[in-house]
Design a protein around this ligand. Structure first.
Ligand SMILES: [Zn+2]
Length: 348
């Protein structure tokens, strides 16, 4: 990469292409990005972020091209204080047509609270058209996270899903720790396939395969995907990769190569996993969008705008920007601005 950038013409064209999704080649089709930073990201950050900042984050992401933003979670504020303001978020979000704002719902109580605000689909204001439910690939992780086995969690989720479907909502399912479990270690890909099938059978339109701990390799993700696609077409699965061991982007690209067309990511790589020491955040949206655009896929995102959002939210929550792609883009933008100012001063 350094060698390429040393050549000015190549560097200029690369920068131009980085600056806007409109300039990116779209020969290989579209990949939908589910922006999970307001929920999966901020839920796992130590600091509780003000409601206004979360709303602004969602607004900026949509303005930068996001068509699906996981906006909050109707979970117990006692256990997850970072998500305590999700009812206000749902009420106050300025929803744009054509954009989904799924909220994570762990149980019937959470769904009831969401429906109290949202009402059946189509009843504005404050409507959302989608919820997300979650279970895990291992009993050990399910017990730590939801205090029950995987089988029990599936039993509990079935009526929640049915009630959501009856209310006209779409339901997205998550399977956590598909690539490795902090308690159990190795995870059997066939077991992930069975859990994913159970979620699809209960009515989820899509299952997001979460390498929650960020330990998977491309081969491991593909083994999981192979087992899942025994039960349903690849279009029904999304890749949700974390970057603890630096394999997040490679895992995403391997899944996309294998036909996955929905990828979860968080701007600035926000997030982590409270149950797994040292786990880093989600794969950053900036590097995913950069790599996909450079590989000929479209995402609908304006990469330069996305990088600015990553810089802004990192400052807001007082942590380093976790996206190396974002930091590079911002550094280049700052240099271009300094150069422009110098030129202006030189002319005066
Ligand atoms: Zn995640």
């Amino acid at each position: 990469m350094l060698g390429l950038l040393a050549r000015p013409a190549r560097a200029a064209s690369l920068l131009q292409r980085c600056a806007s999704s409109a300039a990116a080649p779209a020969a290989r089709g579209h990949v939908k990005i589910v922006e999970v930073s307001p929920r999966d990201g901020l839920q796992n950050e130590a600091r509780v972020v003000p409601t206004a900042t979360k709303l602004e984050l969602v607004r900026r992401l949509v303005a930068a091209g996001a068509t699906c933003v996981e906006a909050g979670a109707f979970v117990s504020p006692k256990w997850v204080p970072q998500m305590a303001d999700s009812p206000q978020i749902l009420q106050q979000i300025a929803q744009q047509r054509g954009v989904s704002y799924p909220f994570l719902v762990p149980n019937d109580k959470g769904l009831a609270a969401l429906l109290d605000i949202a009402g059946p689909r189509g009843s504005a204001p404050g409507q959302t058209d989608e919820i997300a439910i979650f279970t895990a690939a291992t009993d050990a992780f399910a017990r730590a996270n939801t205090n029950c086995s995987v089988a029990e969690s599936l039993e509990r989720l079935a009526p929640v899903t049915q009630r959501a479907l009856d209310a006209g909502l779409r339901v997205r399912g998550y399977v956590s720790v598909v690539g490795g479990c902090p308690y159990q270690g190795d995870v059997d890909p066939a077991h992930v396939g069975a859990v994913a099938k159970a979620l699809l059978d209960m009515g989820c339109y899509e299952v997001s395969l979460g390498d929650t701990v960020g330990v998977a390799t491309p081969a491991a993700m593909l083994a999981v995907l192979n087992e899942c696609t025994r039960h349903a077409p690849v279009e029904r699965f999304a890749a949700h990769c974390h970057d603890t061991f630096g394999t997040g982007l490679a895992n995403v690209l391997a899944c996309v190569d294998a036909g996955v067309r929905t990828v979860d990511a968080a701007v600035a790589g926000l997030g982590g996993c409270p149950y797994s020491p040292g786990a880093t955040g989600n794969i950053d949206t900036e590097s995913v969008v950069y790599a996909l655009h450079e590989s000929g896929y479209s995402t609908g995102f304006d990469l330069a705008a996305l990088a600015r959002i990553g810089g802004w939210i990192s400052e807001e929550i007082g942590r380093p920007n976790g996206s190396s792609a974002g930091r590079a883009l911002l550094a280049r933008e700052a240099k271009a601005q300094r150069d422009a100012q110098k030129e202006t001063r030189a002319r005066l």
